[in-house]
Design a protein around this ligand. Structure first.
Ligand code: ADP
Length: 396
């Protein structure tokens, strides 16, 4: 029969291991509870790295003698390796050649395997300096502790997997939405091209020169839109598989920005753009790709913040060139801000404005390939600012 004290202790031990987290605090608490009935000097928890399989210290604690538990956990490294390899409880008494009064080197080790999903993936190792030896009931408590820890780690791994799964589900949903958007996006320009060319070819109607020209320019524009769309889809696939070649060279960002603005002005004569470009040392980059990023931001500002002033700033912040791209449109809801750079993501309710959710994804990939950063801040009702940070070319 178990006495009420033991029962209360087991319950406390169980409770300290079942709060579901594998944080340092939880394990710490658990060890403190464990130590009430099970004496040890040092303890270390080793877990195998999921990718490399190398045993790493997940937790180490020294009671009393040794202050720096992590550094000191080397006492258990080799032993933990043996426990994992054999997959069973191991005991090790002090080496025979240690002097009897050298207590610190008289290590009595107890190691227990930690199982995650039926596989040995780590070890729980205790050390007592100078004894006492581990009695049967000590070993029983330590085994229970190893099982409780195993359950704790297993649960944590499950919840990681659940999160990964949710991420994957969201990706699939975005992918699905994308297919329906893209088929719509492809059909619309194609419909115009087909409609206007069929009209022009009709034998029974003759169009005056002006109308012909108007129809042809619609066909021309829609063909451009279609090819841009296809280019974006291909590019996003290449970026995802990291096969988009970049041609790096020292670049003056002010020149790149002026070029882009000139091109945008040629297409959108009424666009109100203000530029304040400081002289910033060159960055090392692909001018075509960076221009594409800026053009993308313009396209978005024109679509989502029409008719309002666009301000572009270029300045130096520490070792980076910083570009701020400010629009005065309706802004982006706070909850959508972290998502807009994801592949296929579009803000809900944006269905009336055409798009594929690829533009900002492409921008981010290009900026990251330059070892830079891109992010957005927004105040709904006042506008959005996109920030781009690019490292300044330190070679010259
Ligand atoms: P797309 O424009 O094809 O939808 P993007 O990746 O370029 O895809 O943009 C993602 C989303 O971010 C857009 O659907 C839009 O809702 C939002 N967005 C981007 N730029 C702006 C902006 N300047 N102002 C407001 N919303 C924006």
């Amino acid at each position: 029969m178990m006495d009420s004290h033991t029962l209360a202790y087991l319950q406390e031990l169980m409770q300290s291991a079942t709060n579901g987290e594998t944080s340092r605090g939880t394990i710490e608490n658990f060890m403190v509870t464990l130590r009430k009935e099970f004496v040890f000097d040092n303890v270390a928890v080793y877990l195998q790295d999921e990718e490399t399989g190398i045993l790493e210290i997940a937790y180490a604690r020294a009671v009393g003698r040794s202050k720096d538990a992590e550094a000191d956990a080397a006492w258990g490294d080799e032993f933990a390796g043996q426990v994992v390899k054999k997959g069973k409880l191991l005991l090790q008494n002090p080496k025979a050649d240690v002097l009897p009064d050298d207590r610190l080197h008289q290590a009595y080790l107890l190691g227990l395997p930690i199982l995650i999903g039926a596989e040995v993936q780590g070890a729980l190792v205790f050390v007592r300096f100078g004894g006492p030896v581990y009695e049967t009931d000590h070993i029983a408590i330590a085994s229970l502790a190893a099982e409780l820890l195993s359950a704790l780690f297993e649960r944590a791994r499950w919840s990681e997997m659940r999160e990964d799964l949710q991420d994957l589900k969201r990706q699939m949903q975005l992918q699905e939405d994308f297919v329906s958007t893209i088929s719509h996006e492809l059909r619309t320009p194609l419909g115009f091209i087909k409609g206007y060319s069929t009209s022009l070819l009709r034998q029974d109607t003759s169009w005056d020169a002006e109308t012909q020209r108007e129809f042809l320019s619609i066909i021309d524009e829609e063909a451009d839109r279609l090819s841009l769309l296809i280019e974006n889809v291909l590019e996003s696939a290449r970026l995802q598989s990291k096969t988009l070649p970049l041609r790096f060279q020292p670049l003056r960002l002010d020149a790149v920005l002026r070029d882009v603005v000139q091109r945008i002005h040629a297409r959108h004569k009424d666009l109100d753009i203000s530029m304040q470009l400081d002289t910033v040392p060159p960055v090392y980059g692909d001018g075509v790709r960076l221009a594409q990023v800026f053009e993308n931001l313009f396209t978005n500002a024109i679509k989502y913040a029409p008719g309002a002033l666009i301000v572009i700033l270029l300045n130096q912040v520490d070792d980076n060139a910083m570009i701020s791209f400010i629009d005065h449109g309706p802004g982006i809801p706070k909850e959508a801000l972290p998502l807009i750079f994801e592949r296929f993501y579009r803000v809900r309710g944006e269905r009336t404005i055409t798009g594929t959710g690829l533009g900002l994804y492409i921008c981010k990939q290009i900026i990251q390939a330059h070892r830079g950063k891109i992010w957005a801040e927004s105040t709904p009702g006042q506008g959005t600012t996109f920030f781009i940070e690019l490292p300044i070319d330190s070679s010259g």
